[in-house]
Write a protein that binds this ligand. Structure first.
Ligand code: ATP
Ligand code: MG
Length: 652
């Protein structure tokens, strides 16, 4: 099988010389982090300011029935003070947040640390006025506007636990999360402009709150000024409250293990889980990964294109960058509005140095041609990152050659909502990259590959199986909100004494890790186990294919057959000839065993709102089991599913 589709890319000498870590530094730090984790993190925990310094560093157990994770447990601190107050003396006038609106015709904002601090304090005092205190839950349902960051930091400041619900989710999804956390307040905005269209968020909140049994107040930001409906009571404008409260809000002293936020997973594999993150370990790890993975230096402009509704937005738009005193760019819009050059136009305009996006966006933009990229000056780019799904080598190469002009290192970061920060990732000055591999572990992370059925650890360097993590790292999730048993059952029951990631993985002879897809997605064809990612990569490597998703379906002879959903490039027409061509193509790329048994032309694929393909739905369609599609509340466009059902391939 193709292990290294397009060779390796070592860091340039210049990058290695100037980076926070070159290969020798990475090796030494990684070895130290594994041989004595407590000593390593005792040292690096000091990168944030503590009110009361910790004396205990690590107290963690993955033992069956007794999973308990504590880091820096006797220390106290405040995350908002770490992201704002501690920078005021040295960089109060430096831009903390660059805000780029949906429309390029509207002005961008440059908000200094002093301004963000003031706005955060005003919002924090407004929340207090509404009765919110330490330990209370606040739900955010917001556009990508600076107030979303103020709201997160305001909650952190007063010790409230935020739970962000992506603003594209339905009123039902919002209601479930407000009820689930018994939130006191929902923070929202009147409207959310995105891709040239405006959604009325306040209306969705009103609709959601009808179905919530307890009293919930609503704090509303004026973004668009559009007409909205106000409930009979319990609704407040932020700008009106700001006029009545003080701009002085001392940060609450929080225990390291106090929860900072709840965040639901994407729901790619089932019902979303309310992941709970802590205060101390999370902020130490988010800031350290931000600095090392992106090789962030003072004065750099950092842009992560995620929404704050995803963990990526939490760790790498707000908490990591601001804890590091960085300038972070927040973008309200979408990659294709007003056209497919928007990302690159913003990179040029704000002289972006580190750019971090998802493979789904890269694939979409790749399909639009290179002109959109080549029009813009991207010479300030120093690091390009990806997250969210395996990046197929085809897209990696496009990112590398067309966007990065062959000179900018790519960091393919593997991590999860549950992990709080990057677990597998190259460091730009240290790690030679291989397209499609998330490469090697971050400091303190011990990945292991287990034999899927026996659970035995495979010690050979080259190995394939399920990816587990052997020991805790500071930003590990602490529990599932309100359901510690589900936490233990989901992550610690299948493979005793390990954290189970749910992902399949291969380790090559150099010790590099390659995510092969979700364990649930592994196909077993005539006794050969195959990750879906590999077959998809082969399909996407064909010039006429824009995107592909592969699942297994019951097959009389082989046990499982390969069912491929294929989206063609704009302008390409489906034909029997092309179907044959693709079969031959995959066969040649991977081998006869991987030849798709059925190929269905798919104008669109079912995706989560964060752009991940929901293979569990495709599997049900391939299995002819439409009655049991499961939770579809996090789907971006449910109509895609109807089309796929209608045009399902006959397996007769
Ligand atoms: P749910 O857990 O509810 O099914 P989800 O797993 O999609 O949803 P996230 O936490 O947003 O929710 O996604 C984490 C998953 O995304 C990883 O387990 C992995 O499958 C995939 N992933 C993230 N980054 C990468 C990457 N760089 N390479 C390969 N896969 C990745
Ligand atoms: Mg998951």
């Amino acid at each position: 099988m193709t292990d290294q589709p397009a060779g390796t890319y070592p860091p340039s000498a210049e990058m290695a010389a100037n980076a926070h870590a070159d290969k020798a530094t990475y090796d030494a730090m990684y070895a130290a982090s594994i041989s004595d984790p407590a000593a390593f993190w005792a040292e690096h925990g000091k990168r944030v300011d503590w009110i009361k310094p910790y004396t205990k560093v690590k107290n963690t157990s993955f033992a069956p029935g007794n999973v308990d994770i504590k880091w820096f447990e006797d220390g106290t601190l405040n995350v908002s003070a770490n992201c704002l107050d501690r920078h005021l003396a040295t960089r109060g006038d430096q831009t903390a947040i660059i805000w780029e609106p949906d429309s390029p015709d509207e002005d961008a904002l440059h908000l200094t640390y002093a301004q963000v601090h003031e706005k955060t304090c005003l919002m924090a005092n407004s929340l207090k006025e509404l009765g919110v205190g330490k330990g209370d839950r606040v739900v955010l349902y917001m556009p990508m506007i600076p107030e979303a960051a103020y709201a997160m930091l305001a909650c952190a400041r007063i010790g409230a636990i935020h739970s962000i619900v992506f603003a594209g989710f339905s009123a039902d999804a919002l209601a479930a999360r407000v009820s689930g956390s018994q939130a006191k307040v929902v923070i929202t905005a009147d409207g959310a402009p995105r891709g040239g269209r405006v959604t009325n968020l306040k209306d969705s909140v009103n609709q959601a709150l009808i179905n919530v049994m307890h009293d919930v107040k609503c704090l509303c930001v004026k973004r668009t000024g559009q007409q909205i409906a106000w409930r009979s009571e319990g609704d407040y404008w932020l700008h009106e409250m700001e006029d009545t409260v003080s701009a002085d809000c001392p940060p609450e002293e929080m225990g390291a293990e106090d929860p900072l936020f709840i965040l639901y997973t994407s729901g790619s594999t089932g019902m979303p889980k309310g992941v709970v993150h802590s205060t101390g370990g999370y902020i130490v790890y988010a800031s350290m990964t931000h600095q090392y993975t992106f090789d962030y230096h003072d004065g750099d402009i950092f842009w992560c294109t995620a929404d704050v509704g995803w963990v990526t937005g939490h760790s790498y738009i707000v908490y990591g960058p601001l804890a590091n005193g960085a300038t972070t760019l927040m973008f309200e819009g979408v990659p294709t509005y007003p056209d497919a050059g928007r990302f690159w136009q913003v990179c040029e305009k704000h002289k972006v140095n580190q750019f971090y996006t998802a493979p789904t966006a890269i694939r979409a933009l790749m399909g639009q041609g290179n002109d959109y990229v080549e029009k813009y000056d991207l010479s300030d780019l120093k690091v390009l990152g990806t997250v969210g799904e395996p990046i197929n080598p085809e897209a990696w190469n496009w990112y590398h050659t067309v966007v990065g002009k062959g000179a900018v290192p790519i960091v393919d970061t593997w991590w999860q909502t549950e992990t709080g920060g990057h677990l597998l990732t190259p460091l730009p000055g240290a790690t030679a990259t291989k397209p499609g591999s998330a490469t090697v572990p971050f400091f303190g992370v011990q990945p292991v590959i287990l034999e899927p059925t026996t659970g035995a650890e495979i010690h050979d360097t080259a190995a394939e199986g399920v990816l587990c993590i052997k020991d805790s790292w500071p930003a590990q999730m602490r529990t599932v909100w309100g359901d510690h048993e589900r936490f233990e059952k989901t992550y610690f029951a299948d493979y005793k004494n390990y954290y189970f990631t749910g992902d399949g993985c291969r380790r090559d002879a150099d010790g590099y890790y390659w995510i092969t897809g979700r364990v649930d997605d592994v196909i077993n064809v005539s006794g050969h186990r195959m990750g879906t990612a590999e077959v998809e990569s082969a399909l996407v490597a064909h010039a006429k294919v824009a995107e592909a998703a592969v699942v297994g379906y019951p097959h009389d002879i082989k046990g499982q057959g390969i069912y491929a959903y294929v989206t063609l490039m704009g302008g390409e027409e489906p034909s029997e000839e092309l179907r044959k061509e693709l079969e031959v193509w995959v066969r040649a790329e991977i081998g006869p065993i991987a030849k798709p048994d059925l190929i269905q032309w798919a104008p669109g694929l079912p995706k989560t709102r964060s752009g991940k393909i929901m293979r569990r739905i495709l599997r049900k369609i391939a299995e002819d089991d439409f009655g049991a599609l499961g939770d579809t509340s996090t789907l971006a466009d449910p109509s895609v599913v109807d089309d796929l059902i209608e045009n399902r391939m006959n397996k007769g």
